[in-house]
Write a protein of this length. Structure first.
Length: 560
């Protein structure tokens, strides 16, 4: 089947009535164009039956992958104005870097005739020498012997010092007993003999110490000889590895619509990290665009989707569309998209610009706001309009930071504002001590089998794709959520969510992750499917008044 597939794929579906987009897809936040959806569906139908690819995603097959893979499609126009699409995948598929019908890597580092494989063999040879040296019997025996010698020497010297202290006390006792019994000459002779005993004891301690030090030094010398060789090999490996990495970065060369070419080192030189991260350039989007430019196809639209099982840490759903990652792809695509007319970045737009803020309650000390969905709690990098900015205008005499806690931009609901420093301190202290009771309501994009439960999944930021969060048991911060089903609505589930902790995107990740509810919140454009809004609302909050310490509650019902 794959042997007959061309790289440029003609649509099997009749697309003659579909209007082409005026602008190319903004790759970091998008709703796929209808052509992209059709191309993705055609590719997904192929993947289900592909003789090489299908077994890799069949969990019952011995060669199956441990997790799924990101695939991408790029709708293009050829030089004869024919509309078709290209298909690609991120990284490798099992052992495959080339599969007929899919765009090749930007640089094939696994080519047996290329420099990478040859120089990788040199590094592997050095690794083997390091391993052989580290496992040498003489080296291992010397290390074991050194540990034993140190323990035995410490024990022998400690025992000898104990004996010497005992003998010293005995000599002191003899002196005190004989001082008034013996005459001066006899006592002097006794004292001289006791001094000789003391000197002999100290000499014996020095002999024991010197003996063990000699034994330890001999073992250390043997170990030092081996570790000198190991360190030299590691230094050589580091130098060769760094040189190979730099050479590799230079081979990854990317074109743009203007015909300009840059390598990875040039592309990342002006970024905060300066050096390209591992596997940069191997994602589907850069591979697709590079092939299009090299073969004179004009890019029209693109989309990427996840295929297969989700990895343990990240949240990926089978067949769901996802934006390009920012850590690896944003600098590369920033170069590659130059010359194309791109859709406006929706993250620069303020959907709530004309939306008024509802004041649920206020007194001299604080106010309770009903924040609309898609509105910032505090100013962002590009958008200043926020709850904070509007509250500064409403309460010009307020002191302190105003904002006590935050809600995600996409989340609607209750937000507390403090009007003075003392109230802010008193309110924020309650959040820090976790004495504030919060209830959120969410509409899940599916049905649950259980009616209630508790989720404990630690979270940390995805360093390659901020602001996405990921589950990480090694470095993540504790994140806990209680939940309860409210009712079922047309195949969706309305639930109450009670966050015990307040991590970034906690409720969204806990809802979507396979070890959580395994159903994303409706409209979650990061961990599920985009909709008209994120169906998550901070509905109820209970806390103590910052001045009177009276327990008070506020509730604002959701509008979904």
């Amino acid at each position: 089947m794959s042997a007959t597939l061309p790289i440029f794929r003609s649509f099997k579906t009749d697309i003659s009535s579909i209007e082409l987009p005026e602008k190319f897809t903004y790759p970091f936040y998008y709703e796929p164009h209808i052509l992209s959806k059709i191309a993705a569906e055609e590719l997904q139908n192929e993947l289900e039956k592909h003789p090489l690819i299908a077994p890799l995603f069949d969990q019952n097959h011995p060669s199956s992958l441990s997790a799924g893979k990101m695939f991408g499609i790029l709708v293009v126009k050829d030089q004869d104005n024919n509309i078709g699409y290209l298909a690609g995948f991120s990284g490798k598929l099992g052992n495959y870097t080339h599969i007929k019908g899919f765009v090749p890597p930007v640089f094939d580092l696994w080519n047996n005739e290329g420099f990478f494989v040859k120089e990788e063999a040199v590094l592997n040879f050095i690794n083997a020498k390091i391993k052989k040296t580290e496992e040498d019997n003489i080296y291992r025996t010397a290390r074991e012997m050194l540990t034993q010698q140190i323990q035995e020497s410490q024990k022998a010297i400690a025992e000898k010092k104990t004996d010497l202290k005992k003998l010293k006390r005995e000599r002191k006792t003899i002196r005190e007993q004989k001082k008034n019994i013996l005459d001066a000459n006899a006592f002097e002779q006794l004292n001289e003999e006791l001094i000789k005993q003391s000197l002999r004891d100290k000499h014996e301690l020095r002999v024991i110490t010197a003996y063990w030090q000699q034994q330890i030094n001999q073992s250390k010398e043997i170990i030092r000889d081996f570790e000198t060789v190991i360190q030299q090999l590691k230094n050589e490996r580091k130098q060769k590895s760094n040189a190979l990495q730099q050479k590799l970065f230079q081979q990854y060369r990317f074109l743009n619509q203007k015909g300009e070419e840059k390598n990875l080192l040039d592309i990342f030189a002006d970024t905060a990290i300066q050096q390209p991260p591992a596997a940069a350039g191997d994602c589907a989007a850069p591979k697709l665009l590079q092939y299009a430019y090299v073969h004179y196809y004009h890019p029209i639209a693109m989309a990427e989707f996840w295929w297969g099982e989700a990895p343990k840490s990240e949240i990926r759903k089978h067949k769901y569309f996802y934006p390009a990652c920012r850590g690896k792809c944003e600098p590369i695509l920033g170069h590659m998209l130059e010359g194309l007319t791109i859709e406006d970045n929706p993250l620069l737009q303020n959907p709530a610009l004309q939306t008024p803020l509802e004041i649920v309650f206020e007194d001299d000390y604080f106010a309770v706001i009903n924040k609309p969905a898609e509105f910032l709690s505090v100013p962002g990098i590009y958008i200043q309009d926020s709850v904070y900015e509007r509250m500064k205008l409403r309460y010009p005499k307020a002191t302190g930071p105003l904002i006590v806690h935050r809600l995600d931009m996409a989340t609607s609901g209750i937000l507390i504002i403090a009007k003075d420093k003392e109230s802010h301190k008193a309110l924020q202290s309650q959040f820090i001590k976790k004495t504030v009771e919060k209830r959120y309501v969410a509409l899940l994009d599916g049905t649950l089998k259980k009616n209630s439960g508790f989720i404990d999944l630690p979270l940390r930021v995805d360093l390659d794709d901020r602001p996405r969060q990921m589950v990480c048991h090694e470095y993540g911060k504790t994140a806990k959520t209680k939940w309860k089903v409210v009712k079922l609505i047309n195949g969706k589930t309305k639930v109450y969510l009670y966050p015990v902790t307040g991590r970034t995107h906690q409720l969204r990740v806990h809802a979507s992750h396979p070890l959580g509810l395994n159903i994303p919140i409706t409209g979650d454009d990061l961990y599920g499917k985009k909709s008209d809004r994120l169906y998550l609302h901070a509905q109820k909050i209970t806390f103590k008044h910052p001045k009177t310490y009276e327990t008070i509650s506020f509730e604002v019902n959701e509008d979904f």
